[in-house]
Design a protein around this ligand. Structure first.
Ligand code: AMP
Ligand code: FE
Ligand code: FE
Ligand code: ZN
Length: 290
């Protein structure tokens, strides 16, 4: 088991072009090094395909990489994000669930693009595909990037405030498992599950306390408490809930490159908590050894 220095700087949540981040995994890792991080978690939405590149870049830049995935989930019609760390990427059940979600993402995004194009918005499916790595998890941010490139909106945020909003007439939902099922899949694949930004009300991601309790009973390991979408009161609530349910507290940037203002290392996770995640899973860090 690697020994993590108590002072290690650890950011457990970042996205690359394998989902809706704007930088390839190697660049995310290089930026992590520039930001003074010792450890970065690569947690693309519904995809683990970026790990190999992040591993190589970690060796090159002296950064350890936590292999992760942010699973899109749905509970009572609301979107919930579950982080899975140190999962076995070859686990058949997890793989097929991630594939199912990615396939559904493609179909729903195509429908959104078609209706937007029919309504006169400057976007085509080919342009959307050109925004991400081949086989990436496609999402609304890729459509936003095309609209921004055509000058229709100044940035992703502005597109999300209008046509890409979940309440917009253009919005189409995609398949996603219930978060309890996702926790089970992460555990079956040998990983540890952490609920992402549970009280991020501004993003429509507020998770009912009863659901967190249900997930804790199913084997959830932690709550992402320190995150920019949590205000001070949200953080206090999340920290108190984590303590009551015996869950670890993580913190992270949710970096998306140029796609969001979030900066690597703006929130971090303690070495003690990462050690708990490693011990619980028997997982291995990728990239540089610490
Ligand atoms: P989707 O996965 O296609 O439903 O789109 C949701 C993704 O869009 C999330 O992963 C967020 O990272 C991203 N997102 C949501 N709201 C915004 C926003 N206002 N600005 C930039 N990205 C956003
Ligand atoms: Fe995202
Ligand atoms: Fe998320
Ligand atoms: Zn995220």
């Amino acid at each position: 088991m690697p020994r993590l220095a108590p002072t290690a700087r650890i950011d457990l949540h970042a996205h690359s072009t394998h989902s809706d981040g704007t930088e390839p995994p190697a660049e995310v890792v290089r930026q992590a090094s520039r930001a003074g991080l010792d450890v970065v978690g690569l947690t693309d939405h519904d995809a683990v395909s970026g790990w190999a590149e992040a591993d190589r870049a970690g060796h090159e830049h002296g950064v350890a990489v936590v292999p992760g995935v942010e699973m899109s989930c749905s509970a009572a019609g609301s979107s919930v994000h579950l982080l899975g760390y140190f999962v076995n990427p070859d686990d058949t059940s997890l793989r097929s669930e991630l594939e199912r979600t990615r396939r559904s993402r493609d179909g729903r995004l195509r429908r959104m693009v078609d209706t937007l194009a029919a309504a006169g918005f400057p976007v085509s499916w080919e342009e959307v595909l050109a925004q991400a790595s081949a086989g990436a998890s496609l999402g609304r941010p890729h459509v936003a990037d095309v609209l921004v490139a055509h000058g229709r909106y100044p940035d992703r945020d502005a597109a999300f405030a209008e046509v890409l909003h979940s309440s917009s007439r253009f919005h189409v939902a995609h398949y996603a498992p219930h978060p309890r099922r996702a926790v089970e899949l992460v555990l079956e694949a040998g990983g540890a599950a952490v609920l992402a930004h549970p009280f991020a009300s501004a993003r429509g991601h507020t998770v009912p306390v009863e659901l967190v309790e249900e997930l804790a009973a199913a084997g959830l390991t932690g709550l992402e408490v320190d995150h920019r979408d949590h205000g001070p009161a949200d953080r206090d609530r999340a920290a108190a809930l984590a303590q009551r349910l015996g869950l670890v507290r993580t913190g992270s940037s949710d970096y998306h490159g140029a796609g969001k203002p979030n900066r690597l290392g703006e929130h971090t996770t303690s070495a003690e908590v990462l050690t708990r995640l490693l011990d619980r899973t028997g997982g291995q860090l990728l990239g540089a050894s610490l």
